[in-house]
Ligand binder design. Structure first.
Ligand SMILES: Nc1ncnc2c1ncn2[C@@H]1O[C@H](COP(=O)(O)OP(=O)(O)OP(=O)(O)O)[C@@H](O)[C@H]1O
Length: 320
């Protein structure tokens, strides 16, 4: 395995009377999309801000690319790390193009290259060149957030920190931007640390998810590990608040009707995969998927009608 890009080693943060982060140990690998999830006040934002030194740890060490963040020169550290917030403070008196160019300009990229980069980045997030000369107040919330994201990406930082970036958006804009950030993550192969209080969002986006409570990490795992094996009652309850209360009550037929069964014949041909029927529970499907990559779905006559893999099931869970 690669060495971690971001490491927390016994990290704590004490604010006056409040222990916001409590002996945190965590290693995030290069290229990973890591989601920190937890209820309000659990310490997610503080954890994120310690990575780019917006908050200084009271104890322990945070390493980026093997070096303690304390040993970096601050601009050098911040250039490695893009940062996107819920309220995307775009500079209100600067055009969209100027907002996006802030870091490339600081990096002394030639003007022509900056213009090309801005145009390319705008296109990536579905905004044409006319947007380049608009002012932030002339954009919708979703468009502003798109500009906030490409502004953070413009310096090509290997790490992107995102703090509830979509929580102020309506559900449609939110879904579009979730898809977009996954695509950009694939294209740029950057490492993303994403904070949310929404478990559905975490399941949809994360390669791995860390669940926080009272400054502690309660569980770290893939969406599948967390859904099938909640580490304790709090994690289980966190799911139930997000309507995962009873996976025994959800049947395969519901996944079929909502379009989450795979139908590609090539994949479904694997006869060695275990089979389920329309009335099998989702809990059972998840249990099978812990030891096999594929589960076949048979109709009442035993004819194969489709399949599930982890991706399909997690996509379904993220819609609940
Ligand atoms: N600058 C500060 N001074 C004092 N206490 C703080 C400060 N920042 C955060 N805290 C406290 O630390 C705890 C963790 O806060 P943090 O913002 O990290 O939580 P969070 O999980 O991100 O919450 P939310 O989802 O509401 O943003 C909270 O109790 C908060 O009140």
């Amino acid at each position: 395995m690669d060495s971690p890009l971001i490491e927390f080693d016994e990290v704590s943060k004490q604010f006056d009377n409040q222990l916001a982060v409590d002996h945190l140990n965590l290693a995030i690998q290069p290229g990973e999309f890591f989601v920190l999830v937890g209820s309000s006040g659990s310490g997610k934002t503080t954890t994120l801000k310690m990575i780019n030194r917006l908050v200084t740890a009271s104890a322990g060490t945070i390493r980026v690319a093997g070096r303690s963040v304390e040993d970096y020169d601050l601009p050098e550290l911040r250039w490695k790390i893009g940062y996107v917030l819920q309220q995307i403070a775009l500079f209100p008196t600067m055009t969209v193009a100027k907002n996006v160019s802030v870091i490339p300009d600081m990096q002394h990229l030639p003007n022509r290259a900056v213009r090309k980069l801005v145009s390319q980045l705008l296109a990536e997030v579905g905004l044409n060149d006319h947007f380049a000369n608009r002012m932030p107040r002339e954009l919708s919330g979703g468009q502003q957030q798109r500009v906030g994201i490409i502004r953070a990406l413009a310096g090509k930082p290997p790490i992107l920190l995102m703090d509830e970036p979509f929580s102020a958006l309506d559900p449609l804009a939110r879904e579009a931007l979730q898809g977009l950030i996954l695509k950009l993550h694939r294209d740029y192969q950057n490492t993303v640390v994403f904070v949310t209080h929404d478990m559905n969002e975490a399941l949809k986006l994360g390669d791995r998810i860390g669940i926080m409570k009272n400054g502690k990490l309660l569980q770290v795992g893939t969406p599948k590990e967390i859904t099938t094996n909640p580490a304790n009652q709090f994690v289980a309850d966190f799911f139930s608040n997000n309507r995962y209360s009873d996976l025994n009550k959800i049947l395969v037929s519901q996944l079929i009707e909502t379009g989450f069964m795979g139908t590609s014949k090539i994949i479904g041909e694997d006869r060695s995969a275990p089979a389920v029927g329309r009335s099998t529970t989702l809990k059972e499907v998840l249990r099978l998927l812990t030891s096999t990559p594929l589960v076949r779905v048979l109709d009442a006559r035993g004819k194969s009608i489709g399949w599930f893999n982890n991706e399909k099931v997690v996509q379904f869970l993220s819609t609940l």
